[in-house]
Design a protein around this ligand. Structure first.
Ligand code: HEC
Length: 273
């Protein structure tokens, strides 16, 4: 029995350890903003309210530039939206299709359609955004180290006038003396840090109070950033909750099975010594 407890003691810390260290990208530049999210940890789930609000932000703001090509409208039902609501959201969008005669047409979206892309291709996306194409956001939370905290920080990391930053802050960021921000770029504390770094081709997309939430939730920048990150985390891994549940069941099964095997071993060998 003691062995069994020892096995449990080995497995439990593995189960409860958080996978995400709080380091900034590449280990330099300012540390990311501290934040914990509902979907972290072995038992974490997506906060449905936050994810729905995050979808509202994506729809009203981010979707003007960023595609979300791996998500279909019907997937939104996983977030608790009704079928009728999803049908309405899809039908509000005009999507390109081909009719029976092979002609390209536009038709109202269906729940089975993927989210509509704002630009026909990457070149057009780059041309419309000063040369930097807005990346698809389907997997962005997984594509960046510490993705949830990174995007949460990025959305809040804009500095309006770099030249007016106090000297110690400038020094902490490691900016070169002749630091120059080109036209069309914005300064972001969490984007590509470096002497001539921090230059992002995305103007500050979210500001305090910008979104009027249908559920009346708080709409300061930090709350909105959390909401949109929750939505994007769900988009990147919609089956996470299932995966975690399966993991917990497997571990429980293995613990019970190990106990049973131990009992069997005792029984079988009881008279053999
Ligand atoms: C006006 C267009 C526009 C809007 C609106 C916009 N973005 Fe962007 N975004 C961009 C562009 C352009 C880039 C590429 C920047 C670069 O590489 O310099 C980008 C890059 C990003 C990145 C990637 C940063 C990285 O590490 O490479 C994230 C994450 C992001 N945007 C999130 C968002 C979110 C969330 C919203 C909505 C709240 C949003 N964006 C709204 C244009 C936009």
């Amino acid at each position: 029995m003691r062995k069994l407890f020892a096995t449990g003691a080995l497995i439990l810390p593995l189960l409860t350890a958080s996978a995400a260290p709080a380091m900034a990208e590449g280990g330099h530049g300012p540390a990311l903003l501290p934040a914990t999210f509902s979907f972290e940890g072995p038992f974490g789930t997506y906060d449905r309210g936050a994810a729905q609000r995050g979808f509202q932000i994506y729809k009203e703001v981010c979707s003007a530039c960023h595609s979300l090509s791996l998500v279909s409208y019907r997937n939104l039902m996983d977030l608790g939206l009704s079928e009728a609501a999803v049908k309405g959201i899809a039908a509000d969008v005009q999507v390109n299709d081909v009719n029976d005669k092979g002609e390209t047409i536009e038709r109202p979206g269906k729940p089975s359609d993927r989210f509509k892309k704002p630009f026909p291709n990457e070149a057009a996306a780059a041309a419309a955004n000063g040369g930097a194409a807005p990346p698809d956001l389907s997997l962005i939370i997984k594509a960046r180290p510490n993705g949830a905290r990174y995007v949460f920080s990025l959305l809040q990391g804009y500095v309006e006038d770099v030249d007016k930053l106090p000297a110690p802050e400038k020094a902490a960021l490691g900016l070169a003396k002749d630091y120059k921000l080109e036209d069309g770029k914005s300064f972001n504390k969490y984007f590509h840090p470096g002497e001539q770094g921090y230059k992002i081709g995305m103007a500050k997309p979210l500001n305090d109070g910008q979104i009027t939430y249908v559920d009346g939730a708080k709409n300061d920048l930090a709350s909105m950033s959390r909401d949109v990150v929750t939505f994007l985390a769900w988009a990147a891994e919609p089956k996470m909750e299932e995966r975690k549940r399966t993991g917990v069941r497997v571990i429980l099964f293995l613990l019970i099975f190990a106990g049973m095997m131990y009992a069997v071993k005792r029984k079988v060998w009881a008279n053999a010594h």
